[in-house]
Design a protein around this ligand. Structure first.
Ligand SMILES: [Cu+2]
Length: 274
């Protein structure tokens, strides 16, 4: 009766002292082997990735693409490609990854365009803006395309050819115009509510409002109030003399706005349903 527990303990000790280190050693060796294999096969992977439609389409359409390759990342190799437009700052990024373990090729394309000085993925730009924009409708969720759609995305999205969203709004006729009059950079205009002209404006959902700086000073058109600060609905950032900022109002609400540089400058836009 006493022998069986002793054998059990012995087996346990053997397992912990011999098999566990052995298992760890084998796992490490296996990983090293895979790592080395991926490294030695990297040219093969790159060849394989260069056969994808994504790669071929990208090189054909944008011969100046920046291409970088990486091996033995996640048991495979990757190609990263980027096409860039100096004028608009828009960029198209394509990633191709080959996983040697699963023999799986992953392809992905993303379009990032400039919107009011921020680089945004097409998928993060409000659809109402895209509706009026010459940027082809994003047929892919989140402004990116994966397997099977990547080459079409590169071909049809015209990602880097498109202008900035602000440029595209400029081509639309604004439905309403608001002026930042002269001498609003010094206090006084708040007394007769003339820091933005008109001070209060009633519009309909979907209307585009133009704000133009007729003053010799820098100003901003920023949603929110001087008391509570910007609320993130819209922001022109610094407008030079003569600059125009356009914004499309897509939801009915009352929008207070102000100038971040001269907090006495405030205005209001009331948006009604159509
Ligand atoms: Cu101002």
């Amino acid at each position: 009766m006493e022998v069986i527990p002793k054998i059990g303990i012995l087996v346990g000790i053997v397992a912990v002292c011999i098999f566990l280190p052995l298992w760890v050693a084998v796992t490490i060796a296996e990983n090293e082997y895979l790592f080395a294999k991926v490294f030695f096969d990297k040219d093969l992977h790159i060849e394989k990735m260069k056969q994808t439609e994504s790669y071929k389409t990208m090189i054909e359409r944008y011969p100046d693409s920046i291409v970088s390759t990486r091996s033995h990342a996640m048991h495979g190799s990757s190609i990263e490609m980027m096409a860039y437009n100096d004028n608009s700052d828009n960029e198209l990024r394509v990633d191709i990854h080959f996983d040697q373990m699963s023999d799986y090729l992953f392809e992905n394309a993303r379009c990032n365009v400039m919107d009011h000085g921020d680089r945004k993925n097409l998928g993060t730009i409000p659809p109402e803006i895209l509706d009026d924009s010459p940027i082809p409708k994003v047929m892919f969720s989140n402004g990116e395309a994966r397997e099977g759609f990547t080459a079409d995305f590169i071909t049809y999205t015209n990602c880097i050819e498109s202008k900035t969203i602000q440029d595209e709004l400029e081509e639309l006729d604004a439905d309403h115009h608001i002026a930042i009059p002269e001498n609003t950079g010094v206090p006084g205009c708040e007394e007769d509510l003339s820091c933005f002209e008109p001070y209060s404006l009633k519009i309909q959902v979907g209307d585009v409002v133009s704000f133009r700086n007729f003053d010799g000073d820098f100003h901003t058109v920023t949603s929110g109030s001087p008391e509570s600060g910007p609320n993130g609905e819209f922001d022109s950032s610094l407008m030079e003399p003569g600059d125009q900022f356009l914004h499309k109002f897509t939801e009915s609400d009352e929008y207070d706005y102000f100038c971040m540089v001269h907090p006495w400058q405030t205005g209001k836009i009331i948006v009604h349903e159509k």
